[in-house]
Ligand binder design. Structure first.
Ligand SMILES: NC(=O)c1ccc[n+]([C@@H]2O[C@H](COP(=O)([O-])OP(=O)(O)OC[C@H]3O[C@@H](n4cnc5c(N)ncnc54)[C@H](O)[C@@H]3O)[C@@H](O)[C@H]2O)c1
Length: 387
């Protein structure tokens, strides 16, 4: 059996996502399980190189996890002939430059979202991938969540009949930081630092909508900054300049050409009365389903009750009990790791990754149009991006 090793320069591994999801939950377990196996039996092993600004922090991580290679020199790591893949989970504002340099150096790239701060930059990255021919992948983690995998399977099985609508509810209370510390970084609430609910979540919602139902054709969105003052990591009060909630309505088109209406509420100023922090309900002529991060329940047309509206009588029906649990019927691994494994196979086989820089550009486009729709108070078309 032949074994190949892919060396991955991992930039931003001291950050929340870079460390927890990509290093600890994905690349190290892949390394420790001996890599992945291609259809022809070839083993592909990974060799991470940790990259970060702070030598002490990066060295400590490398020692803690038994990683041989680390550096504070991102440029050298990108241009090192031994590097196969450049991964980026650093700050969003630095991303486009890193990805550009890596692709120009002929390296495959794998990156966190969003790929750029503006649509123009995101499209440029997608164009550069076309001209360089490297394999590029962008984290589309929500589509690998067990709940959404089950939801997508129901779509593939034709469970819904004609899909009519999708409703998404995302959010939780993010503490202001005065009495209890905030559980998200303060830059998330400052526009100048790339913060804001729309910028953060609409790039996810675009691929979720595409991946479950169909293409987004229009957007109308209303943003809000419900909490105008927050307290930062040092306990200092600051003005929250970015939106902490976005209420969006999207017109979608299924691959079969059917129109579908989607609504997604996203808020960091909402208290949870749900089973999970995000839930999507899809209603179709033949059935409905509700999916969260892990669970998915469904109700077929034949088992749909017939409630009658009567404000004079208290509700005795237990509506939640009328749904059936959808089993996974498979081992569903951590979503970040599952996508990494798929991406590594694509690199080894020299083929494109299905969630690429063009899909990511559509996500950046939806965020831009969402903010514009809110500012201008109108519904906007989502034009197709041509490379
Ligand atoms: N896929 C998801 O669900 C998801 C969730 C959260 C964040 N993200 C994305 O991941 C990225 C990182 O977010 P995070 O929450 O881990 O942030 P973080 O603040 O925890 O980490 C940011 C990383 O960038 C580095 N960094 C910060 N400033 C830098 C500078 N000036 N020069 C070089 N490096 C610098 C930090 O050292 C750290 O390693 C963001 O682009 C964010 O949009 C994705």
């Amino acid at each position: 059996m032949t074994t190949r090793t892919l060396r991955i320069a991992m930039n931003g591994v001291t950050g929340r996502m870079g460390y927890r999801q990509h290093l600890v939950r994905s690349i190290l377990p892949i390394r420790d399980q001996g890599g992945i196996t291609l259809p022809d039996g070839t083993r592909v092993q990974v060799e991470p190189v940790l990259v970060g600004r702070n030598a002490d922090k990066v060295r400590e991580l490398a020692e803690k996890h038994g990683v041989e290679h680390w550096t504070t020199d991102l440029q050298a790591a990108i241009h090192d002939p031994a590097t196969d893949i450049v991964f980026d989970a650093s700050m969003t504002s630095l991303r486009a430059a890193t990805l550009t340099e890596a692709m120009k150096a002929g390296k495959h790239v794998y990156t966190e979202k969003p790929t750029a701060e503006t649509l123009a930059e995101a499209v440029e990255l997608a164009r550069l991938r076309e001209t360089t021919g490297v394999t590029a992948g962008v984290v589309h983690d929500k589509l690998y969540l067990p709940g959404l995998v089950k939801l997508r399977r129901l779509v593939d099985e034709g469970f819904f009949g004609r899909i009519l609508s999708l409703r998404g509810e995302f959010g939780y209370w993010v503490w202001e930081g005065d009495v209890q510390s905030a559980q998200r970084p303060s830059w998330n609430y400052r526009t100048a630092d790339g913060g804001g609910m729309t910028v953060d979540m609409y790039c996810h919602w675009n691929y979720v909508l595409e991946g479950v139902v169909g293409t987004v054709r229009t957007v109308s969105s209303q943003t809000a900054t419900h909490i105008p003052t927050r307290w930062d990591e040092q306990g200092n009060a600051y003005e929250a300049t970015a939106d902490d909630a976005a209420y969006g309505i999207f017109q979608l088109e299924t691959p079969g050409g059917d129109p579908v209406v989607a609504q997604i509420n996203s808020s960091w100023a909402v208290r949870v009365h749900r089973d999970e922090l995000v839930e999507f309900q899809v209603d179709g002529t033949e059935g409905s389903a509700v999916a969260g991060l892990f669970h998915c329940v469904a109700q077929p047309r034949s088992a749909t009750p017939k409630p009658v509206w009567n404000p004079d009588l208290p509700t005795t029906e237990r509506f939640r009990d009328q749904w059936i649990d959808i089993p996974a019927n498979a081992e569903l691994d951590n979503g970040f790791k599952a996508q990494w494994e798929e991406f590594l196979a694509d690199v080894a086989l020299g083929r494109p990754h299905r969630f690429d820089l063009l899909s990511a550009a559509r996500g950046v486009q939806l965020a831009e149009l969402g903010l514009r729709s809110s500012a201008e108070g109108r519904r906007l078309d989502v034009p197709e991006i041509a490379l």
